[in-house]
Design a protein around this ligand. Structure first.
Ligand code: TLP
Length: 360
């Protein structure tokens, strides 16, 4: 990375395709995927199904579309979807489950974002004179806005077992499921063995420029293909994108541990800075969420100051900013980010002192 380039920690969505991806894209064999004739897309779908140990997979343009289709597949209009209160499907998809599937989210808050069966069970409802029926449980692993926390396999399995006993399906928003598997030293196949459908992103930590996959039973994926068309997501010679996706899927999971180590390094450095609050032991994967309220600045003000010092990060609440490590940020970039934050914090605390306010 050049000295003058920004250290971009806003998200792992900002990664640029690698040279190998660009070459594969240029050379991709293509066909009309609406007719199922794109060999590169077909290979990507087959490999995704194989790697996850499910019957079939569908290439979709975005994670949001994958989740949207999954909610629609498992529910009927007027049902509820149980999800964690900070989940992406509830907070960051423009009320898509209401708009497309006619469902209401039933958000349940969980410590560290990790829902357990005991949190979910009291919210399961049969259809009654007042209540809407629970149609689906939607989980997220890793949990983005809980700071990339990992849901352990036993927790996921327990939810699936109980849900299935009750006749309920479980969809997993596994946008970053490879990060979860890396942290647990497990495979995505093992981790997702009991969920009914899983969406994962090729375009985040795995570095592809575009694309996500929805994986599950063949009959549901066939139905998903029709919903994708309705949403305008059926594409034509899309093998040019799937070619990058194949490299993302086959090669990139191997390096995610580097992003995790960089996030931990970042968290440990930031934890030393007066006015900031973060517990590095809770940084399990590539996301960290930092409380900056002790500086007497808003997250937007901190982001502006960081940007002036060559570091990009974004606010995620009234008091917190999020930093995400990825392919295009190395250890040196993380050290630069710590130094930039040290200066921002020192200037903020100095200003607070001059105004006669005691630093937190
Ligand atoms: N997350 C983005 C933003 O939308 C917040 C990010 O920068 O982290 N599930 C999860 C858990 C996600 O984090 C995201 C994107 C999605 C789904 C949606 O994926 P896309 O952006 O491909 O629609």
């Amino acid at each position: 990375m050049s000295e003058n380039a920004f250290v971009d920690l806003r998200s792992d969505t900002v990664t640029k395709p690698t040279p190998a991806m660009r070459r594969a894209m240029a050379e991709a064999e293509v066909g009309d995927d609406v007719h199922g004739e794109d060999p590169t897309v077909n290979r990507l779908q087959e490999r995704a199904a194989e790697i996850f140990g499910k019957e079939a997979a569908l290439f979709v343009p975005s994670g949001t579309m994958g989740n949207t289709i999954a909610v629609k597949l498992h529910t009927r209009h007027g049902e509820e979807v149980i999800c964690e209160a900070r989940s992406h499907v509830y907070n960051y998809e423009l009320a898509m489950m209401a708009w497309f599937a006619g469902c209401l989210a039933r958000p349940v808050k969980a410590e560290d974002g990790i829902l357990r069966w005991r949190d979910i069970e009291p919210h399961i409802q049969p259809l009654s004179v007042h209540w809407a029926r629970t149609g689906l449980i939607a989980l997220e692993n890793t949990h983005n806005m809980a700071g990339g926390r990992v849901m352990p396999k036993e927790v996921l399995d327990e939810i699936c077992d109980h849900a299935h006993e009750r006749g309920l399906k479980v969809h997993l928003d596994g946008a970053r499921i490879f990060n979860a598997a890396t942290y647990l030293g497990s495979s995505v196949r093992e981790l997702c063995a009991k969920v009914d459908t899983v969406m994962f992103c090729l375009s985040k930590g795995l570095g592809a420029p575009v694309g996500s996959m929805l994986v599950g039973p063949a009959d549901l994926i066939a139905q998903a293909r029709l919903y994708r068309k309705r949403l305008g997501g059926a594409m034509r010679q899309v093998g040019v994108l799937a070619a990058a996706g194949l490299i993302a899927l086959e090669e990139m999971p191997k390096r995610l541990h580097e992003d995790h180590a960089n996030a931990r390094l970042l968290a440990e450095g930031l934890a030393q800075i007066p006015g900031l609050r973060i517990d590095p032991s809770k940084v399990e994967t590539n996301i960290l969420i930092l409380d900056v309220s002790g500086l007497g600045l808003t997250p937007d003000e901190v982001s502006r100051e960081l940007k002036a010092r060559g570091v990009l990060a974004g606010g995620v609440s009234a008091t917190e900013i999020r930093m995400v490590t990825h392919l295009d940020v190395d250890r040196a970039g993380c050290l630069r980010a710590i130094e930039a934050m040290r200066r921002v914090a020192a200037a903020a605390l100095e200003a607070k002192h001059l105004l006669g306010v005691t630093p937190a």
